[in-house]
Design a protein around this ligand. Sequence first.
Ligand code: C5P
Length: 193
Amino acid sequence: MIFTVAIDGPAAAGKGTIARAVAARFGFAHLDTGLLYRAVGALGGDPVLAARGLVPDDLAREDLRSLAAGQAASRVAVIPEVRAALTDFQRRFARAEGGAVLDGRDIGTVICPEAEVKLYVTASAQVRAHRRWLELGGDAAQVLAEVVERDKRDSERATAPLKPAADALVLDTSDMGIEQAVARAIATVEERL
Ligand code: C5P
């Protein structure tokens, strides 16, 4: 069976949690596409060459979850050649036999417009920054500033900007909480399977 669940949205909206829960529930493979951009940013050097030469070990680096790695990722993610170098791998993953969940910024709009289920997971910047701060610590005001800066860069770039696909179901997790969002996501996949 070929079945793709595309989950997009801004930083710390709950995409990863929802993606993992959906993948576990249906036995689908899961790809956190942010990790690809984080790895390219962390490798340093020429980002286009880094993206073209990316290997699985690059995704297992320890420092990829930090705020700094997120910022570096969003800076290399504006480069069209970087995005192009990562496209085929993501498309093959999305349409591989057995079902797949991909979370990122452009999965429903660019990588897999034919996805059977598209979710756009969002929350207020304050709620998202608070979640990131609980996870990573540090200075709360700085965490908020970095989240806002990264979302602005991701939304305003010319190539594959962050935005909901026209046919995406929007889940705002500001008030509903992550468990309810997971339940909505699972129910949506069940309807279309
Ligand atoms: O999702 P995560 O926070 O790990 O993503 C890090 C950065 O990678 C994002 O801020 C964005 O700039 C970039 N990204 C992207 N397209 C994706 C996934 C991530 O541009 N599909």
